[in-house]
Design a protein around this ligand. Structure first.
Ligand code: SF4
Length: 516
C-alpha cells in the first residue's frame, strides 16, 4: 500500500501537472542507506523503475524524482535517514525535483510521523511493498510484452512470484507477540511478506563483478535488542531454484563474486522443508562455471552445522570466510539478549569451524552496554575476544529501541560507559588484527580489483577471499607489477608486502589464472 500525503483528488491534480513537466524518461535520483539487504531492495526498486522507463541519475540537481531508501536499525541509522530525507527535501524545494519518495525500514516504523512532519515527502513505500515504487513515482508497470532491457538491468527469466511460506517458529513467535507493532503509533499492522525472485528486474549498484543475492527475508529469532523482525516480518526463504536461476543469470552477465545475504542465512530453507538448506544451496551454486567466489554473511552461531562446514571446505570457490555475529560472550548478557550460549560454547564452535575449514577468516560483531551489562560481563567479553582472535570485528554501542523487549529492561548503561567499552574492545582487537595482518606479509592471494582508491590516485583497492565487500579492512595495491594498468572487476595474483592495523598493501604478480 502506498501512503500519499494528499487526498486522492489533489494527488491526481498534482500528478497531471508534474507528468506534463517530465521528460519522456523521468530522471530518478536514488539514495540507498543501511546494510546490503537494504541495498538489494534499492536495486530491485531501481530495476522496476528502469523497466518502467525511468532513467537513473547520480546528479541530484538533474533528478525529477528523488527516492531515499532508509534504515532504522538503530538510533544512528534513523538519524542518518532523517538527515538524508531533509537534505533531499531541500533539493526538491530549490531544484528540479518534483517528487520525493521515502522507502524502507523507517517507513515501517514511522509511517505517520514522516507524513506529518516532512510535508515535502510525496509518498512512502514500506519494505513489504517494493513494487509500489512505480505508483509512488507516477509510473505504470510495463505490460508483459517483449521489451529490450536497459544494458544495466538484470532481467532474469519469466516465472511468476509465489507466496512465501513460514517456519513453525515464526508462527509461534507471532502468536507470542514477537512481531507486534502495537506500540508503534501509526505503523501499518500488516507485516511485510514481500520477497523478490529471479523474474524481478534488478539494477546492480555494487562494484564490478560482485553482486549480492538475498536468499531470505525477515527473522524469527527472539533477540531482545532487535526490532528488525518487527520491521521486516517473519522469516521466509526464496525458492531454491529461483536463487539458482538468479545466480546463473548474474554470472552469465559477468558477475564473478556472489554474496548471499538475509537476516539469518543459516536458517535458509527451513520453511521449505529443506534440511541443511544453506549447505545444499552453496553446493549447487558452487557448481556454476565461472563463479569464482561464493560467500554468505550473517550466520547464526548455533546454526553452523557440520554439513555446512563440509560444504565450505569441499568447494574451492566458496570463500574461506565466515561472518557470525555473536553480539556478546558473557552468559548472563546473552541470556538477557535471548540468544543463549556463552564464551565456552562459542570458543568450541570457532574451533570446530577452524578445524573444518583451515585458514578461514572469521568476522563477528558485538553489542556493548546492553542493559544490565556489568564490568565483569564486559571483562568476560574482552577475554573472549583475546582468546577467539577474530580476523574482523565490529562493535556497536547498545541502542535503546522502542518496540524491542530490551527497551523495558532496567539497568541501562550510561552512554559514556558504552563509549568507553566500545573503545576498549576495539583497542584489544586492533592489537590482534595488527599481529594477524603482519603474518599476511609475503603471502600470495587472488585479489578482485575494485578500482582506484577513494583516498589517493596513487593506490588502487581490491579484496581477497578473506575480505567481504564493504565491511572489512582494505587491501591497497601500490605496485602493478608487470601491468601498465589494472582493470576493475578482474582478478590478479598479488603478494602482500605491508601490514597495518587493519589494512594491507600488495603488489601485483600476474593476472589470476595465468600463474603457470
Ligand atoms: S538474528 Fe537477532 S539480531 Fe539478527 S535480525 Fe534476527 S532478531 Fe535481529
Amino acid at each position: 500500500m502506498i501512503e500519499t500525503f494528499l487526498d486522492e483528488t489533489a494527488a491526481s491534480a498534482v500528478d497531471t501537472k508534474k507528468t506534463d513537466k517530465r521528460t519522456a524518461r523521468p530522471k530518478i535520483g536514488f539514495v540507498s542507506l543501511g546494510c546490503p539487504k537494504n541495498l538489494v531492495d534499492s536495486e530491485v526498486m531501481m530495476g522496476l523503475l528502469d523497466r518502467a522507463g525511468a532513467e537513473m541519475t547520480s546528479d541530484v540537481e538533474a533528478a525529477e524524482i528523488l527516492i531515499v531508501n532508509t534504515c532504522s536499525f538503530i538510533d544512528a541509522a534513523k538519524q542518518e535517514s532523517v538527515d538524508t530525507i531533509l537534505e533531499m527535501a531541500q533539493h526538491k524545494t530549490a531544484g528540479r525535483a518534483q517528487r520525493l519518495i521515502v522507502a524502507g525500514c523507517l517507513v515501517e516504523r514511522y509511517r505517520d510521523e514522516i507524513r506529518k512532519n516532512i510535508p515535502e515527502v510525496d509518498a512512502v513505500v514500506g519494505t513489504g511493498e517494493l513494487e509500489q515504487i512505480l505508483a509512488a513515482a507516477g509510473l505504470e508497470a510495463p505490460r508483459p510484452v517483449t521489451q529490450e532491457p536497459s544494458p544495466f538491468t538484470i532481467l532474469i527469466g519469466a516465472q511468476a512470484a509465489t507466496a512465501p511460506s513460514f517456519r513453525p517458529e515464526g508462527d509461534l513467535r507471532e502468536s507470542q507477540g514477537r512481531f507486534s507493532r502495537n506500540a508503534w503509533d501509526g505503523a501499518d499492522t500488516h507485516l511485510p511478506q514481500y520477497l523478490y525472485d529471479h523474474t524481478t528486474p534488478r539494477l546492480l549498484a555494487t562494484k564490478k563483478a560482485s553482486a549480492y543475492i538475498k536468499i531470505a527475508e525477515g527473522c524469527d529469532h527472539p533477540c531482545s535488542f532487535c526490532v528488525i523482525p518487527n520491521l521486516r516480518g517473519k522469516f521466509r526463504s526464496r525458492r531454491f531454484e529461483s536463487v539458482v536461476a538468479e545466480a546463473e543469470s548474474l554470472v552469465a552477465q559477468g558477475v564473478r563474486e556472489i554474496t548471499l545475504i538475509g537476516q539469518d542465512t543459516t536458517c535458509y530453507g527451513e520453511d521449505l522443508d529443506l534440511k541443511d538448506g544453506l549447505a545444499q544451496l552453496l553446493d549447487r551454486l558452487a557448481a556454476i562455471p565461472d563463479l569464482k567466489w561464493l560467500r554468505f554473511l550473517y550466520a547464526y552461531p548455533n546454526k553452523i552445522t557440520g554439513q555446512l562446514l563440509e560444504t565450505m571446505a569441499k568447494h574451492p570457490n566458496i570463500c574461506c570466510y565466515l561472518d557470525v555475529p555473536l553480539q556478546h560472550a558473557s552468559g548472563p548478557v546473552l541470556k538477557a539478549m535471548k540468544r543463549g550460549a556463552n564464551s565456552e560454547i562459542f570458543l568450541k564452535t570457532l574451533e570446530k569451524v577452524r578445524t573444518a575449514v583451515p585458514g578461514i577468516a572469521l568476522r563477528t560483531s558485538f553489542i556493548v552496554g546492553f542493559p544490565g551489562e556489568t564490568e565483569e560481563d564486559f571483562e568476560a567479553l574482552c577475554d573472549f575476544v583475546r582468546a577467539a582472535k577474530f580476523d574482523w570485528l565490529g562493535v556497536f554501542g547498545y541502542s535503546d529501541e522502542d518496540g524491542s523487549r530490551a527497551f523495558g529492561l532496567d539497568g541501562k548503561v550510561p552512554a559514556r560507559t558504552i563509549e568507553r567499552r566500545k573503545r576498549e574492545l576495539m583497542k584489544i582487537q586492533k592489537r590482534i588484527s595488527k599481529q594477524a595482518k603482519e603474518n599476511w606479509v609475503g603471502r600470495e592471494l587472488d585479489v578482485l580489483v575494485e578500482g582506484e582508491s577513494g583516498e589517493t590516485s596513487l593506490l588502487w583497492e581490491g579484496r581477497s577471499e578473506f575480505h567481504a565487500p564493504e565491511i572489512d579492512g582494505k587491501l591497497y595495491i601500490n605496485d602493478f607489477g608487470p601491468f601498465e594498468e589494472l582493470h576493475a572487476g578482474r582478478f590478479y595474483r598479488c603478494e602482500i608486502t605491508e601490514a597495518h592495523d587493519y589494512d594491507v598493501v600488495a603488489r601485483v604478480i600476474v593476472a589470476s589464472g595465468e600463474e603457470s
